[in-house]
Design a protein around this ligand. Structure first.
Ligand SMILES: [Zn+2]
Length: 283
């Protein structure tokens, strides 16, 4: 028992470390850090162990959305410098998980201002995460890259309670962070310790779908489309319904765990951060 409890604790602690994120959040990235063009002047920077970074290239400078782990900084900068010498103006943090914000200190060292939601910054400060954002927003913020607007929206809780959706209205692109992280098979990492909520997640994504866009850059996995997000909302809705129904039947924690494994592909990370929270929330 003692050993099991320790393993569980280690699993939670390592839950947002390199190896298990790659495993639990799909492992869809290429083994080498790779730059993939989404459309003109928009790229994703992808690897196996961390969340996607997205690069927006303008004349006057560069904006990066998420910056992976500290050890990824050099590879990210090399791939940025292959396409532009322009200065790094802003890094937008979609949320506070270390596989998305770990590069903040190094990015601030090269002059970038880091932007996050108020909630994400508050959680980062509580956890003594390095590289705190210097600009925060509550519901909405527009920044400009040359004449291209970059809209930041906070639509509510989901994966955490600090997730920002980045919308490029003139480009018909959204960058979702881990509000929509992966597909085939879908999974749901609901980080209740950071304010995540399965109940709110569907509504948060419905609000995102009201934006005008065709192309979706997920938090992990490759570029996809609106229909895939609709499929994910359906997955989350079915998860809500099943847990609520089993709660009503007074099913055991073990039975709900087994159902989430078999019906919804929940793995170790999903269980560690979400199982007790989802049972309590769906009562
Ligand atoms: Zn995350």
């Amino acid at each position: 028992m003692r050993f099991t409890a320790l393993m569980m604790a280690a699993g939670v602690a390592a839950g947002f470390g390199a190896a298990s994120v790659a495993e639990a959040q799909g492992g869809f990235g290429p083994p080498e850090m790779t730059r993939v063009e989404v459309q003109e002047n928009i790229y994703t920077i992808r690897n196996m162990g961390a969340g996607n970074a997205t690069l927006l290239v303008g004349e006057e400078g560069v904006v990066l959305i998420d910056d992976k782990f500290p050890q990824d900084h050099e590879d990210i900068m090399r791939l940025v410098r292959e396409v532009t010498d322009a200065p790094l103006l802003y890094v937008i943090n979609t949320h506070m998980h270390p596989d998305h914000v770990g590069g903040n200190p190094a990015m601030q060292d090269v002059g970038a201002h880091v932007i996050a939601s108020e909630n994400a910054r508050r959680i980062m400060a509580e956890r003594d995460q390095p590289g705190l954002p210097s600009i925060t927003m509550r519901d909405y913020l527009r920044i400009w890259l040359d004449d291209m607007p970059i809209d930041l929206h906070y639509f509510g809780a989901g994966h955490t309670d600090g997730d920002i959706v980045v919308h490029l209205p003139t480009e018909s692109v959204v960058i979702t962070g881990d509000l929509f992280a992966l597909y085939g098979p879908y999974r749901a990492v609901i980080d209740y310790s950071a304010g995540g909520s399965l109940r709110d997640w569907t509504r948060t994504l419905e609000r995102m779908l009201q934006l005008d866009f065709d192309t979706v850059v997920p938090g992990h996995s490759g570029t996809t489309d609106r229909q895939n997000v609709e499929g994910y909302i359906d997955y989350l809705t079915r998860t809500q319904d099943m847990v609520r129904e089993m709660n009503a039947q007074q099913s055991s924690r073990e039975d709900i765990q087994a159902m989430l494994e078999s019906e919804f592909d929940w793995g170790r990370l999903e269980m560690a951060v979400g199982l007790d929270g989802v049972i309590a929330e769906m009562r």
